[in-house]
Write a protein that binds this ligand. Structure first.
Ligand code: NDP
Ligand code: TDO
Ligand code: MG
Length: 296
């Protein structure tokens, strides 16, 4: 196998997951890590020539439009990045013999299930972000071939924009903090998603396209257990109070007490059995992972 065939193109390299992938992918091939400045996925006409220049064996797409509320006002922009670009990436990858790993979200589900969602459950997104992410999944699956869609949930890390950092900031700016206690899901540390992705790729033993083609499909990859946004905030504030004071008083509220442009699912935990059975990957319980992240 010549060297260019082991090139890994990482898109969204400055995002929460992309940043961690820069490190975890490094031992698996020659990583070309691009941010929006180098390839703007809203300009789908530029994707083909970019891939032709780089000739990757594998594309890992961690780029996305992730502003859930803003997407309600900018559905075209969100659809271009989350819905259209992934289909073009998949088609270009197919033409060039490359594999594609792409990420999606628990927000493709409507939240009406009483038990964690499996890959066989039918998506029904409640908001524009979820609709555009589902469109991206469908576009990739329609091309077929060597692709993996990894759905994850409630991603946080120590950099970027996420609920953990928002709570840490607000807890120091305010006296009271009200957080919804009736939306259930599973916080997942960005680093663990990147490590899980690297473990999957490592199992290909250099035969990335063949291996991913054999295992092609959608997999749920999140931490274990479940909580509410309030439950997540509770631990974040308790930990913060151990090292700084004062910290805001936290109050549990219903969804109706925190109106947002985009409706969110009331329950969106993912069942990770399939990724565990196929690749032997199991991420820790969300609380354990949060402890690891906070002591990093
Ligand atoms: N965040 C979450 O809670 C969850 C995320 N996911 C999915 O996981 C994946 C990774 O998400 P995460 O790392 O959290 O997202 P982030 O928002 O942290 O990062 C996304 C990256 O995509 C880039 N990007 C946005 N628009 C474009 C564009 N037009 N062209 C190129 N790059 C662009 C952003 O660049 P810039 O900084 O310039 O905007 C940013 O670096 C995504 O597919 C997301 O849908 C799934 C479940 C939960
Ligand atoms: C800031 C804040 C939010 N909330 C509520 C609003 C919302 O219902 C919930 C979560 O708020 P956020 O806007 O931070 O999270 P949100 O943007 O909905 O997070 C989602 O992002 C996308 C990208 C995903 O794919 C999902 O898995 C999920 O992680 O908490 C409060 O109740 N109080 C607050 O002070
Ligand atoms: Mg948000």
């Amino acid at each position: 196998m010549n060297n260019t065939r082991k090139r890994i193109l990482l898109l969204g390299a400055n995002g929460q997951v992309g940043w961690e992938l820069q490190r975890t992918l490094a031992s698996l091939g020659e990583v070309i890590a691009l941010g929006r400045d180098r390839l703007d996925l809203a300009q789908v006409e530029n994707i083909g020539s970019c891939l032709a220049d780089i000739q990757p064996a594998l594309i890992v797409n961690a780029a996305a439009y992730t502003a859930v509320d803003k997407a309600e006002e900018e559905p075209e922009q969100a659809m271009a990045i989350n819905g259209d670009a992934p289909g073009v990436l998949a088609e270009t990858a197919r033409q060039q013999g490359a594999a594609l790993i792409h990420y999606s979200t628990d927000y493709v589900f409507d939240g009406e299930s009483a038990s964690p969602y499996r890959e066989t459950d039918t998506p029904r997104p409640l908001n524009v972000y979820g609709q555009t992410k589902l469109a991206g999944e469908e576009a990739i699956a329609a091309v077929g071939g060597a692709y993996l869609i990894l759905r994850t949930s409630w991603v946080y890390g120590l950099r970027g924009r996420n609920f953990l950092l928002t709570m840490q900031r607000l807890a120091q700016e305010r006296e009271r903090l009200k957080v919804v206690d009736d939306q259930w899901g599973t916080p997942t540390w960005s680093r663990l998603i990147a490590e899980g992705t690297a473990q999957i790729i490592a199992q290909s033993r250099g035969q990335m396209q063949d291996y991913i083609r054999q295992q092609a499909g959608t997999y749920h990859l999140s931490c274990g257990g479940k909580t509410t946004w309030y439950g997540f905030a509770r631990i974040i504030l308790d930990r913060l109070a151990q090292r700084t004071t004062p910290v805001a008083r936290l109050e549990a509220i219903p969804t109706s007490g925190y109106p947002t442009p985009a409706p969110r699912p009331a329950f969106s935990s993912l069942d990770n059995t399939h990724v565990q059975d196929t690749f032997g990957i199991q991420l820790p319980d969300w609380k354990e992972a949060l402890g690891l992240a906070l002591s990093d």
